[in-house]
Design a protein around this ligand. Structure first.
Ligand SMILES: *[C@@H]1O[C@H](CO)[C@@H](O)[C@H](O)[C@H]1NC(C)=O
Ligand SMILES: *[C@@H]1O[C@H](CO)[C@@H](O)[C@H](O)[C@H]1NC(C)=O
Length: 348
């Protein structure tokens, strides 16, 4: 090889190493994830509950197969984790043994919500209050690893991804045969009570060092295919979700004023996913479902998974998760992410 060729190889090598460094460094050092089955990646696998997804055909498009994710492939937060430059997904709290918890933990639990009783007709779940207890445990472990002088500085830089509330409606308020909330509260009073409780959890997270919060609003929960009889959507449920969303957006304004060293953003899931949730084809969910609305184990799902907005009767397919994640990360219109999107939040 002549000298010039060697030099070129060296230049190419240096260039590709430099590229790799730039790509290899995530935009935040850590992500902590709170929520429900939209984000759960295995926390329910060993719980006594029917709300699990660690069997086929869930995960059919995920590299490791079924993991407990309630969809065919990636969840929205997996995709956002990719967009932020991580080369791995955030591990579930239930199994962190081969992971570096300093880079984040996923506490989300299928069927869970803000209220403790939410989803419990299906068995055990991990409500927001318990997820916060788990976070306290992780914070103390991180403190041991990094030293108590460094831990706050580290936790301040993380992204806190909070996507919860759907089950407080679908697996609580709108199941009056299992829960008394519907008789106790009207739609507005219920949203007030939920938001009140949510605020105490968010404040507690702040006290534990959280500063960058992305709060996801509810989707049009009245349009999930479960329990529908040909009618496209239940307007009463959609209205309830929008009432909750408006109050959550107001929390963002309030906390951004009251806690000036923190930044909260609101992701308008309902608007971003509206077209997906209102499509007729959603009636044909991709997998074959049982009476619970979840996939029947080991049945072959549809082949054209990118054409079905819902994988089972409650959970969007990866295609919809991609739309939501991309719009939350880099919102093309201000209405999608208020007052800014995740790509701007992480740069603060
Ligand atoms: C909900 O559960 C948490 C964690 O177990 C507990 O601290 C809290 O008091 C409970 N909240 C209510 C309203 O019962
Ligand atoms: C759904 O439609 C079927 C047939 O039209 C009817 O028998 C059944 O009662 C309906 N169920 C509900 C929940 O409306």
């Amino acid at each position: 090889m002549d000298c010039e060729a060697k030099l070129w190889l060296l230049v190419l090598f240096l260039f590709s190493s430099a590229m790799h460094c730039a790509i290899g460094e995530p935009q935040v050092p850590c992500i902590f994830i709170f929520g429900d089955s939209l984000s759960d990646n295995g926390n329910n696998n060993d719980l006594a509950t029917d709300a699990k997804a660690n069997y086929k055909p869930y995960g059919i498009d995920f590299p490791d197969g079924p993991t407990g994710r309630f969809t065919n492939g990636l969840t929205s937060v997996d995709i956002i984790t990719d967009l932020l430059g991580f080369d791995h997904y955030i591990p579930p709290y239930a199994n962190t043994k081969d992971s570096n918890i300093v880079e984040g933990v996923n506490y989300a639990s299928g069927a869970a919500g803000i209220r403790n009783e939410t989803g419990t007709h299906m068995g055990q779940d991990i409500s927001m209050g318990l997820q916060l207890e788990h976070h306290k445990d992780i914070v103390s472990q991180i403190s041991t690893k990094l030293g108590s002088d460094k831990v706050q500085q580290h936790l301040n830089k993380c992204l806190y991804y909070v996507n919860t509330g759907s089950n407080d409606y679908l697996n609580n308020y709108f199941l009056p045969q299992h829960y008394p909330t519907n008789g106790k509260y009207n739609t507005n009073q219920y949203a007030v009570a939920l938001i009140q409780e949510h605020m105490t959890y968010l404040k507690a997270l702040y006290e534990l060092g959280a500063r960058k919060f992305s709060l996801f609003g509810l989707s049009l929960i009245g349009c999930v295919p479960h329990g529908k009889n040909g009618s496209l959507c239940i307007e009463e449920q959609n209205t309830a979700a929008l009432v909750f969303n408006n109050k959550l957006k107001a929390v963002v304004d309030r906390f951004n004023k009251e806690l000036p060293d923190a930044k909260f953003i609101f992701i308008n899931t309902a608007i971003i996913t509206e077209n997906s949730f209102k499509q007729d084809i959603k009636i044909l969910t991709c997998c074959k479902v049982g009476s619970s609305g979840q996939c029947i184990p080991n049945e072959e799902p549809c082949l054209d998974r990118n054409l079905h907005p819902f994988f089972d009767e409650f959970h969007p397919s990866e295609m919809v998760n991609k739309v939501l994640a991309n719009m939350a990360y880099d919102a093309p219109v201000p209405a999608f992410a208020y007052p800014m999107d995740i790509s701007h939040l992480v740069k603060l």
